[in-house]
Design a protein around this ligand. Structure first.
Ligand SMILES: NC(=O)C1=CN([C@@H]2O[C@H](COP(=O)(O)OP(=O)(O)OC[C@H]3O[C@@H](n4cnc5c(N)ncnc54)[C@H](O)[C@@H]3O)[C@@H](O)[C@H]2O)C=CC1
Ligand SMILES: O=C([O-])CC(=O)C(=O)O
Length: 333
């Protein structure tokens, strides 16, 4: 076991994703079975009693990797010395609500928490924003924490990526471990573009293995785009265990590297230009990435057909709109 614990912040820790995520982190699903951790759990004052209850349960679970818990409703205390920040806290989408509707509540939260992280987190802190609108919250956080390197602030689209893997697995009957290199382009919203054009299942191109382009261009795309809403309709609550598991996947691959020949999808700030498939510089956009030595790189040189180009641009347009709306909301604050 490495001697120095990694400090992992979970905001919104008394909520349902927090409740699913903390135990997974304590079992080593995020950083590895031999990496000790200290958990920093943040929530807001109305949830303080519940947060304490979560901390009590974590103590009671006697996780060997868990070396300490900071459970607090003080954002500055929560951010002190953190190495990984998982930003789950925010106002969730309810039945029938579009993600944009929750934006005004969340931009204010993310602007404030950016300053706390910038002031108190460790240099090199890696941030993943989960709370919706995830891309735009991450962009705001990045803009208001200018001392945190831009590449260290990301948003979660790994859940969408994993959903796409799951759909291909169900359709083909192959185990999900045999499916790789799907892509989620763009926004974590219903405009995202789940792309199978470069993916494989059991070593075969997904398009050949499924042999049904109408399904792949229609029902498959819709199912992945709408999966969050389908879970809300079924559970009357948004995805939690799958979101928590995907957060662990996101951070683990970022820190420990993606497997050779495999990429994942991450929302990252676009560097612009050809390396970013022409997506405007500065948008927080989901790309196919590989990770090594704690850094992500956009997968270069994928051939983009006209249909994909249109879908990639449409989700970029939504992100531009969200960005403008967030800027307006901030200016009016
Ligand atoms: N990117 C993704 O793939 C996914 C994103 N989400 C989003 O994740 C977020 C959390 O979802 P749930 O855990 O289900 O919601 P939840 O409502 O169960 O938990 C949210 C928690 O955040 C806390 N909170 C509110 N404001 C806060 C603040 N300023 N600082 C710290 N904590 C604060 C609340 O008190 C609550 O405990 C939502 O925005 C949801 O839409 C959910 C699933 C997938
Ligand atoms: O749809 C929501 O609000 C929750 C979410 O982001 C998802 O499950 O993808």
């Amino acid at each position: 076991m490495s001697p120095t614990p990694v400090h992992v912040l979970i905001t919104g820790a008394a909520g349902q994703i927090g409740y699913a995520l903390a135990p997974q982190v304590c079992r080593g699903a995020m950083l590895g079975a031999d990496v000790p951790i200290v958990l920093h759990l943040l929530d807001i004052p109305p949830a303080e009693a519940s947060l304490k209850g979560v901390a009590m349960e974590l103590t009671d679970a006697a996780y060997p990797l868990l070396k300490g818990i900071v459970a607090t409703v003080d954002v500055d205390e929560a951010c002190k010395g953190v190495d990984i920040a998982v930003m789950v806290g925010g106002f969730p989408r309810g039945p029938g609500m579009e993600r944009k509707e929750v934006m005004s509540k969340n931009v204010a939260i993310y602007k404030g928490q950016a300053s706390a992280l910038e002031t108190h987190a460790n240099a090199g802190c890696k941030v993943v924003v989960v709370a919706n609108p995830a891309n735009t919250n991450a962009l705001i956080l990045s803009n208001y924490a200018p001392k945190i390197p831009k590449e260290n602030v990301t948003c979660l689209t790994r859940l969408d990526h994993n959903r796409a893997l799951g759909q291909v697995s169900e359709k083909t009957g192959a185990p999900v471990s045999e499916v790789k290199n799907v892509i989620i382009w763009g926004n974590h919203s219903s405009t995202q573009y789940p792309d199978v054009n470069h993916g494989e299942v059991s070593g075969m191109p997904i398009r050949s293995a499924i042999g049904d382009d109408a399904y792949l261009d229609g029902e498959f795309v819709k199912t992945v785009q709408q999966r969050g809403a389908a879970i809300i309709a079924a559970r009357k609550l948004s995805s939690a265990l799958s979101a928590a598991s995907s957060v662990c996947d996101h951070v683990r691959d970022w820190v420990n590297g993606t497997a050779p020949g495999t990429w994942t999808s991450m929302g990252v700030v676009s560097p612009g230009g050809d390396d970013a498939y022409g997506i405007e510089e500065g948008l927080m956009y989901s790309f196919p990435v590989t990770c090594a030595n704690g850094r992500w790189s956009i997968v270069p040189g994928l051939k983009i057909d006209d249909r994909s180009r249109g879908l990639m641009d449409a989700t970029a347009a939504e992100l531009k709109e969200e960005k403008a709306m967030a800027e307006e909301l901030i200016a009016a604050m």
